[in-house]
Design a protein around this ligand. Structure first.
Ligand SMILES: [Ca+2]
Ligand SMILES: [Ca+2]
Length: 100
């Protein structure tokens, strides 16, 4: 069967993408080291927080990685999954006067 030249080009590009790009994808799919609450997050050492957000471990935090982290961090804190964080969910415990 004759494959049109253009389609062959697309197939070659798809094969190259599968071989060259795909091996980098599993690292992007790895889960973040997500803190359980805000207090836990701010107690992380600065570079540990950056490494946790740097999903593909290339030494840089892209906006995409940062935004994904924020979203997963929110979802982890939102224990009852109602789309809102209560003070208890934010702190991981009941707030005290010292928290204000
Ligand atoms: Ca990165
Ligand atoms: Ca909630």
């Amino acid at each position: 069967m004759h494959t049109p030249r253009r389609l062959r080009g697309i197939l070659v590009a798809a094969t190259l993408a599968a071989v060259v790009i795909a091996p980098t994808l599993p690292s992007m799919a790895r889960a973040f080291d997500i803190p359980s609450d805000w207090l836990n997050f701010i107690q992380m050492k600065g570079m540990r927080a950056m490494h946790a957000i740097d999903l593909d471990k290339d030494g840089f935090v892209t906006k995409e990685e940062f935004m994904k982290f924020q979203e997963q961090f929110f979802d982890r804190m939102d224990k009852d999954k109602d789309g809102k964080l209560t003070p208890e969910e934010w702190l991981g415990r009941k707030p005290t006067k010292k928290d204000n």
